[in-house]
Design a protein around this ligand. Structure first.
Ligand SMILES: Nc1ncnc2c1ncn2[C@@H]1O[C@H](COP(=O)(O)OP(=O)(O)OP(=O)(O)O)[C@@H](O)[C@H]1O
Length: 312
């Protein structure tokens, strides 16, 4: 559905995006993750046809965005990072104006606006002036303008940026709701955002694509962590003999406890087996859980080394 090939964009000497390629299929929810300046917004602007690449290509439903920009844009809804709203306008008038910009005929606009207002829960604020709205509501207006023409692809640039926790929750459930009907790409520098709503992540680092992975693959733990009140010499051989355990590592914990990390193909499935085996020992078990290698660790690993966008 979306095909990005060797996409690059420079601003003068600065290479903001370099040789980025990926494909996104229909119905996917993809998180574009990276620190400030990693190139996320630049990619999104190119995908929506608002910025020309220095080189490379983008196809939306087989339409080349450089050659069939209008056609491609009709399939895309876009929430820019700082969505330009007109503070003196009422929500409903602003949406009418946006619908006109999308080229929507007069007779279709009222129904489209009504539906966008409904989907974004903006009903109570429909006639409010934009200047009087909280940041959370303004973001919803931004989303409403993006979905007016019921696009098959939604591109949301930092949709939760600047929102308070309850507004974030609301935006996340709105995003999940929208994902039922559209392919979604969300940029964020907040890892929890990706974990909360996405099934796949593209991590940008210094203008380059550092990782493209299903979230499942990243999150899958490889070890089972066990905490016992036993010395390593005593517990290790017993743990190592448990079926499914391929390696045992141990280190000291607090208050005389010892941690053991059991490597296994499926640590989740190993947990009850280990619990049963330990039940046969006169030992106290303090903790038993698969190790969680979360996105935070992963993000650190791929971005902390080099955060600056490469210069020529
Ligand atoms: N119009 C511009 N002119 C010059 N440099 C720019 C321009 N827009 C972006 N840049 C630079 O390009 C790099 C990538 O910026 P971009 O906004 O794409 O990153 P980002 O990952 O979206 O970060 P943020 O979350 O801060 O928006 C940054 O170094 C930025 O300063």
């Amino acid at each position: 559905m979306i095909e990005v090939r060797e996409l690059s964009r420079s601003y003068g000497e600065l290479k903001a995006v370099q040789q980025v390629s990926f494909d996104i299929g229909r119905g996917e929810i993809v998180g574009l993750l990276g620190h400030n300046g990693a190139g996320k917004t630049t990619i999104m602007k190119m995908m929506t046809g608002y910025l020309e690449p220095s080189s490379g290509s983008i196809r939306i439903d087989a339409l080349d965005i450089a050659e069939q920009r209008r056609e491609a844009q009709r399939r895309i809804g876009y929430l820019p990072e700082n969505c330009p709203l007109y503070p003196e306008m009422r929500v409903i008038d602003y949406l009418d104006y946006q619908a006109a910009l999308h080229g929507m005929p007069d007779n279709r606009r009222p129904a489209a606006i009504r539906r966008a207002i409904e989907r974004t829960d903006l009903g109570p604020k429909a006639t409010a002036t934009i200047a009087t709205l909280s940041r959370g509501y303004r973001q919803r207006v931004g989303v409403a303008q993006a979905i007016l023409h019921e696009p098959a692809i939604l591109i949301l640039d930092e949709p939760t940026n600047g929102l308070d926790p309850s507004q974030i929750q609301h935006m996340r459930s709105l995003v999940r709701e929208l994902a039922k009907d559209a392919t979604l790409i969300i940029s964020t520098h907040v890892l929890q955002e990706v974990e909360a709503v996405c099934s796949r992540v593209l991590i940008m680092r210094g203008g380059q694509l550092a990782l493209d992975s299903a979230l499942d693959a990243i999150g899958r733990p490889k070890r089972l962590l066990v905490t016992l009140d036993r010395a390593a010499e005593e517990a290790r051989p017993v743990l190592a003999r448990i079926e499914g355990v391929t390696a045992v590592e141990s280190w000291d914990g607090d208050a005389g406890l010892r941690h053991f990390a059991l490597s296994a193909e499926d640590p989740q499935a190993l947990a009850p087996v280990v619990a049963k085996a330990l039940g046969r020992q006169p030992w106290n078990l303090y903790a038993l859980a698969p190790e969680r290698r979360d996105l935070e660790d992963l993000f650190g690993a791929v971005t902390l080394e080099q955060m600056e966008v490469a210069h020529v």
